[in-house]
Design a protein around this ligand. Structure first.
Ligand code: FES
Length: 145
């Protein structure tokens, strides 16, 4: 689709990805404005329903950005989030959607460049996939048929 600008929701852990986004900003490293950040205290607080709701509301892609393995301030929040992302990917596959519309990413607070690169790469990936089936006038349930 020409001129398609994907809407991306990024659930970002306060301790890492959100701080990395801040660092990218302070270093004047730009990233696509397509990415709308939702700060969470830990990615362990992001449930599958939050990801599904974002997709239902029209996000073309959603990613969860948490602390590096072993660095979660709540011990296992990031591994639980990664597990939920896999669960949502399976649901999307069952619905006939591309599972790549959802991803789990990890980084440290100091990785401003990685935050920007990730935002750019994910935006391009979703741009190539095209608009979400919801935007093609299909609800999540209609997308099943
Ligand atoms: Fe960052 Fe748990 S505190 S993912």
């Amino acid at each position: 689709m020409e001129n398609f600008e994907p809407e991306i929701v990024a659930f970002c852990c306060h301790y890492c990805a959100y701080t990395a986004a801040d660092m990218a900003g302070s270093k004047r490293i730009s990233y696509p404005s397509n990415v709308k950040i939702i700060r969470v205290p830990c990615t362990g607080k992001v449930d599958a329903i939050h990801i599904m709701k974002a997709l239902e509301k029209g996000a073309d892609g959603v990613y969860v950005a948490g602390c590096l393995e072993g660095d979660c301030h709540f011990k296992t929040g990031n591994t639980r989030a990664a597990h939920r992302v896999v669960q949502v990917q399976k649901i999307l596959e069952d619905l006939g959607w591309e599972k790549e519309r959802v991803a789990m990413i990890t980084m440290s607070a100091g990785m401003g460049e990685r935050f920007a690169e990730t935002a750019l790469e994910f935006t391009e990936k979703i741009r190539n996939l095209g608009p979400s089936p919801v935007k093609q006038n299909k609800t999540i349930t209609q997308a099943v048929s």
